[in-house]
Design a protein around this ligand. Structure first.
Ligand SMILES: *[C@@H]1O[C@H](CO)[C@@H](O)[C@H](O)[C@H]1NC(C)=O
Ligand SMILES: *[C@@H]1O[C@H](CO)[C@@H](O)[C@H](O)[C@H]1NC(C)=O
Ligand SMILES: *[C@@H]1O[C@H](CO)[C@@H](O)[C@H](O)[C@H]1NC(C)=O
Ligand SMILES: *[C@@H]1O[C@H](CO)[C@@H](O)[C@H](O)[C@H]1NC(C)=O
Ligand SMILES: *[C@@H]1O[C@H](CO)[C@@H](O)[C@H](O)[C@H]1NC(C)=O
Length: 401
């Protein structure tokens, strides 16, 4: 009896020991795989070999990029991985090579991509520098679709924190077909393409993010997204935020649930745009959008635009109105100023119910500059629901025909 008991305890301790070994994280450092981090040597091979190990060990693994400047070509950090979790710790600067030509990877237009990885935690104060100004278009094989710095594709249950993406060629961060991903405290740098592009994804949370973009959108929300939450974002210069479902193929998927809260748009060309193409054939809805506690600081163009007749080239053949419907959109507690006196422009299509439940409450946007222009709120084929005080007054200006 006694010895059986002791035997039992021994077994128990043995099992505890085995579990402890199993749960132990392995740490994979790119330097151990030969990365130099000297700003000259091409470290691509070390990066991919280290990843293969971090991905294949069935534990809670760590992938470490210590301080230093690592030159790497296109890299796809691909899964599916055996690892339970991967903590991708970046303290160094990861820089694209000057002779960059983006042809490889699961995503032909990514410089760095993470594909089919779950339970990924990226942290650290590292920088991904796409060397946008060094990009040689003639040498690249993909010039019509220049690379984004970072693409997360089919990534689930993951958290991206602290890093910086700078100097992209074709855009900074893309999130495609992903689910339950938080991007927190990330800085997005100046050059090249859009800040964050989100497509066909669910439960994406972007918080405490500072985006400075020269000419494109800070954030673009494309088709097929559900549950997108953007909080405490500062968007400077560039074009603001767009929910853009062009619907040109007719195969686009709906957008359901976008919340943009406690965000500041500073010196941007406009701030919030919801658009679909004139004559769009996709029979889908863009619905349940909330824009709340927003500050406009010195906007340079129309602040809020809902455009169902988007036609940039002016060559749209439009025998039929757009089939994309927009419903249940709230603008609440919006304050600030703009250089442009066209504050709100709602241009809805002629299809029945094209725009429904467009709501404004507590808004005050003033025009700055010497002209003392009257602020405009134009409406076409839509009657917004108003509560609280809304200035400029809803539909105060006749729409242009
Ligand atoms: C979402 O992902 C986080 C890890 O970033 C995880 O802790 C959490 O359980 C996931 N939530 C759901 C609903 O799967
Ligand atoms: C981004 O790149 C620009 C131009 O190379 C540089 O001036 C800036 O300091 C960089 N920002 C960060 C956060 O590295
Ligand atoms: C979004 O992320 C922030 C920061 O990690 C967190 O506090 C918040 O609860 C998340 N919100 C949602 C809706 O997941
Ligand atoms: C979010 O709200 C807090 C409190 O009102 C404010 O201090 C902060 O500047 C806001 N952040 C942004 C990005 O607007
Ligand atoms: C409108 O959208 C908000 C935010 O997603 C949601 O809470 C609300 O239930 C929606 N209202 C209707 C009538 O669907």
């Amino acid at each position: 009896m006694g010895s059986e008991f002791i035997h039992g305890i021994t077994w128990f301790l043995f099992l505890v020991a085995i579990c402890a070994i199993k749960a132990k994280a392995i740490s994979v450092n790119v330097v151990k795989f030969g990365a130099k981090g000297d700003g000259k040597t091409d470290d691509t091979k070390a990066f991919t070999q280290a990843w293969t190990q971090a991905c294949s060990e069935r534990q809670n693994n760590k992938y470490v990029i210590p301080k230093g400047k690592y030159i790497v070509g296109p890299v796809d950090f691909a899964g599916p991985c055996k690892a339970k979790t991967i903590h991708f710790k970046v303290d160094g600067t990861v820089q694209s090579s000057k002779k960059q030509s983006v042809t490889g990877g699961a995503h032909r237009n990514a410089w760095i991509s993470f594909t089919q990885v779950n339970n990924l935690l990226i942290s650290g104060d590292g920088i991904f520098d796409g060397q946008g100004s060094e990009f040689n278009c003639a040498k690249a094989k993909q010039c019509e679709q220049p690379p984004l710095n970072l693409i997360f594709s089919m990534v689930k249950d993951s958290h991206i924190q602290g890093i910086t993406s700078n100097n992209s060629v074709g855009g900074q961060i893309g999130i495609y077909r992903s689910r339950n991903v938080t991007v927190d405290d990330v800085s997005i740098g100046i050059r090249g393409g859009e800040g964050i592009l989100i497509e066909k994804s669910t439960n994406i949370n972007i918080t405490n993010t500072d985006i400075k973009i020269l000419s494109d959108n800070c954030v673009t929300i494309l088709d097929g997204n559900t549950g997108i939450n953007i909080e405490k974002m500062t968007c400077s210069q560039g074009n603001g935020l767009g929910v853009s479902v062009l619907g040109n193929t007719g195969k686009e998927e709906p957008v359901n649930g976008v919340t943009v809260r406690n965000c500041t748009f500073s010196h941007t060309e406009g701030a919030i745009r919801i658009q679909s193409s004139a004559g769009s054939t996709a029979n889908i809805a863009i619905s349940n959008l909330v824009f709340e506690d927003i500050i406009f600081d010195y906007l340079q163009n129309m602040a809020i635009v809902l455009d169902q007749e988007h036609c940039p080239s002016k060559q749209c053949r439009t025998p039929n109105p757009s089939k994309v419907k927009v419903s249940n959109v709230s603008f609440k507690n919006i304050k600030g100023n703009s250089v442009d006196n066209r504050i709100v422009i709602l241009e809805c299509g002629t299809a029945p119910g094209a725009c429904k439940d467009i709501k404004f409450s507590d808004m005050r946007v003033l025009v700055v500059g010497d002209d003392h222009l009257e602020t405009q709120f134009r409406c076409k084929n839509v009657k917004p629901v108003v509560s609280g005080k809304v200035d400029p007054a809803v539909c105060n200006t006749r729409p242009v025909a």
